[in-house]
Design a protein around this ligand. Structure first.
Ligand code: 5GP
Length: 185
């Protein structure tokens, strides 16, 4: 089996060290902004894409946290948004009166995260902030932007560090531009 890690069909956009350095900066900002809250910060990852970011991020947060996850479907395994969002897995914690940080992999049209934020806000959280590793500003029709954003990128289809192509490539240790989506499947 050939290794995609060296594939000429993937161009490295942000290597692992760069991603982790930026995540640490965002983690420090999150801690500063939530320095006065008494209860643990509730960190909610949007599955599956944010799973790897979440696991790195929570270890960089120098404060008490509790973790939960939510999962929606919007892309259905392709590279274009369907526009329809479906809730597949809801959070299990009681969010009333809690301070929440939602962790997302990438904001494209913003429709997925708009749905997630509205859903979580309806559960009575005291505050809901959004951290997104990446944002593609060009197609954002939702008006929703991250409070903490790793990097703004052009309208490329990116993979790695949790982001998939047809469920593969999430385990690439870098974020890369997929120049040929026939590399998997
Ligand atoms: P939105 O609802 O903002 O259009 O899409 C957000 C979701 O679509 C992300 O959470 C992610 O799962 C997926 N997505 C958007 N852009 C990309 C991309 O460039 N690469 C991958 N792998 N997924 C993307």
């Amino acid at each position: 089996m050939s290794s995609l890690f060296q594939s000429e069909k993937l161009e490295i956009l942000f290597d692992r060290a760069t991603m982790q350095e930026r995540l640490q900066e965002l983690a420090d900002e999150v801690c500063q902004d939530h320095a006065t809250i008494e209860k643990p910060l509730v960190v909610i990852g949007v599955l599956k894409g944010a799973a790897l970011i979440m696991s790195d991020l929570v270890r960089m947060l120098d404060r008490p946290v509790e973790m939960d996850f939510i999962r929606c479907a919007s892309y259905h395994g392709g590279t274009e948004s369907s526009g329809e969002i479906e809730l597949l897995l809801d959070v299990s914690m009681d969010l009333r009166g809690r301070h929440v940080l939602v962790v997302e992999d990438i904001i494209d049209t913003g429709l997925t995260i708009k749905f997630v934020l509205e859903h979580l806000e309806s559960k009575g959280a005291e505050s809901v902030k959004l951290l997104s590793l990446l944002e593609k500003p060009t197609k954002n029709t939702s008006g929703v932007h991250g409070d903490y954003v790793g990097y703004e990128i052009n309208d490329h289809f990116v993979v790695g560090y949790g982001l998939d192509l047809k469920e593969e490539l999430r385990n690439l240790p870098f974020v890369g531009v997929c120049k040929d989506t026939s590399v998997v499947g």
